[in-house]
Design a protein around this ligand. Structure first.
Ligand SMILES: NC(=O)c1ccc[n+]([C@@H]2O[C@H](COP(=O)([O-])OP(=O)(O)OC[C@H]3O[C@@H](n4cnc5c(N)ncnc54)[C@H](OP(=O)(O)O)[C@@H]3O)[C@@H](O)[C@H]2O)c1
Length: 253
């Protein structure tokens, strides 16, 4: 009897997950892309899309069963730790193969001046210093935590315009979405007079530009380390994921 076709659940929200869905579409691998729904207008996607939380690990396990999901690819951002933990638990419970599409963390190079902190609270504590112009590149969800350091002038980069007042007394928001270029980030930081950058150690190419710009300008960076995640199988490129799914990308060879 022929085996039934794969139905892959891709947990997305990253440039890499989007690239994977394009490859899957080209290779006619069936699946669903899941997004949290944090962004008002998600970029166009190649696979059918669903939006919003599943209702914890239990909700995800129920979704996997009811939708007949055969494989789960965790392509979420390295800081989306709750979703990754839920995916791990739900796949264990349902016996569904799980692969994480991950990217290596950024590593300081010659000319970088990084202060390494373990988490967001560490970054807030590191800003306990005289007023400065700070490029706070941590995303929308964590801004309120920095209200504990109201003395700084913050430059924020957000995907969507803020709905209400920003939780920081002195803040300018630039609305833009990656990938970003080094020249544009250099110009942004020069115009702003940025004296300090706060960044999550996301890794990957889409948002590395600000670190290269900081290096060129001699601006120090508070670098936030990644949260700990459960051990799971990992792939480092969308092509590797496709091979795991039992396909080859260079079908002509
Ligand atoms: N954190 C970042 O710095 C960052 C940066 C860029 C992009 N993103 C993307 O933004 C999304 C949310 O990130 P987060 O840090 O808020 O995640 P998180 O803290 O790990 O997740 C919180 C809850 O949001 C829901 N969720 C998260 N990702 C989802 C997905 N892909 N599909 C469906 N539900 C999802 C889940 O709700 P339920 O428990 O109800 O299922 C999850 O428990 C992720 O897709 C991530 O890849 C995050």
């Amino acid at each position: 009897m022929p085996s039934s076709p794969a139905k892959v659940l891709v947990l997305g929200g990253t440039t890499e997950a989007r690239a994977l869905t394009r490859l899957m579409d080209a290779a006619s691998i069936g699946g669903v892309l899941s997004l949290a729904g944090r962004v008002a207008r998600p970029a166009p996607q190649s696979l059918p899309m669903r939006m919003g939380g599943f209702g914890g690990a239990e909700g995800l396990a129920a979704y996997i069963r009811s939708e007949g999901i055969t494989h789960v690819v965790d392509g979420t951002h390295p800081f989306a730790a709750q979703m990754s933990r839920n995916a791990h638990a739900a796949c264990l419970e349902t016996g569904t193969p799980l692969l994480a599409l991950t990217r290596a963390p950024w590593v300081a190079e010659a000319g970088d001046n990084w202060l390494l902190v373990p988490d967001m609270a560490g970054a807030v504590a590191a800003l306990d210093r005289p007023a400065a112009r700070v490029f706070l590149a941590v995303g929308r969800m964590h801004l309120a935590e920095f209200a504990a350091q109201p003395q700084h002038d913050y430059l924020l980069r957000l995907v969507d315009p803020p709905e209400g007042a920003l939780p920081l007394p002195k803040a300018e928001a630039v609305i833009d979405r990656g990938p970003f270029t080094e020249e544009a980030d250099l110009a942004l930081m020069q115009r702003n007079g940025t004296q300090l950058v706060v960044s999550k150690n996301a890794g990957g190419s889409a948002s590395v530009a600000k670190l290269r710009a900081a290096r060129r300008l001699g601006v120090p960076v508070v670098m936030i380390d990644r949260p700990a995640l459960p051990e799971r199988a990992e792939a480092h490129s969308p092509e590797e994921v496709l091979r795991w799914l039992g396909h080859v990308t260079d079908l002509g060879v």
